[in-house]
Design a protein around this ligand. Structure first.
Ligand code: FNR
Length: 189
């Protein structure tokens, strides 16, 4: 029997019909029984302001910090905005990263991206990956899930209609589980 892994999904889009959030729902629905999937809510996180932080860390940030700390692994899905990750995601990462001990350090993590373009948000992934390196997350290398032409792969209700994309997402979730267990086993030695 393996222990259950807690995975925190973080979408970089606040849009109700977000393809990235929809991709995370597919990940949740395809996750094996020994993975428990939760979602972060970035919608109440204010713009980073050092003065505000010095006063008091906002409740929405504190909640996210607790969720990150409690998670065995993180699964990000980010839109690509002007060749970068979304400001929503970067802002949330910036807030969390100021806590001590730094909550992202040593966390196994994986990335997906969905975009209406033909490149599927690849540049946003590399942008996020760079921040993850600095934050000392352990980013899964492969499979890379970049959902191109997302508007043709999800229906109006945000349901995935493309089987191959579903298979890639399911593989990513399993690989993230394996990666997390491998890193946890290494820590115990
Ligand atoms: C975009 N979009 C976009 N797409 C892309 O492939 N490369 C890009 O650089 C950009 N830039 C960009 C900037 C801004 C400000 C917006 C609002 C949009 C399109 C974007 O990928 C598309 O809207 C996705 O559907 C957003 O993801 P969600 O909200 O569906 O998850």
């Amino acid at each position: 029997m393996t222990n259950t892994l807690k995975v925190l999904c973080i979408s970089g889009s606040l849009r109700k019909n977000s393809y990235n959030t929809a991709a995370l729902r597919v990940a949740r629905d395809s996750a094996p029984g020994n993975m428990h999937i939760e979602f972060a809510d970035l919608s109440q996180i204010p713009l980073y302001d050092q003065d505000q932080r010095d006063d008091a860390v906002p409740a929405a940030v504190r909640q996210l910090v607790e969720q990150v700390r409690a998670a065995d692994a993180l699964l990000f899905a980010t839109p690509e905005y002007n060749y970068s990750m979304s400001g929503v995601l970067k802002n949330a990462i910036d807030w969390v990263s100021r806590e001590q001990p730094q909550p992202f350090a040593g966390k196994p993590a994986a990335i997906m991206s969905a975009s209406m373009s033909l490149l599927g948000g690849v540049r946003a992934q590399y942008d996020l990956r760079r921040a993850m390196v600095f934050l000392d997350m352990h980013c899964l290398n492969k499979p890379e899930v970049m959902i191109a032409s997302a508007h043709e792969r999800f229906d109006a209700e945000g349901r995935l209609t493309d089987e191959t994309t579903g298979e890639f997402i399911a593989k990513l979730v399993v690989a993230l589980g394996d990666w997390t267990r491998k890193l946890q086993a290494g820590e115990k030695q």
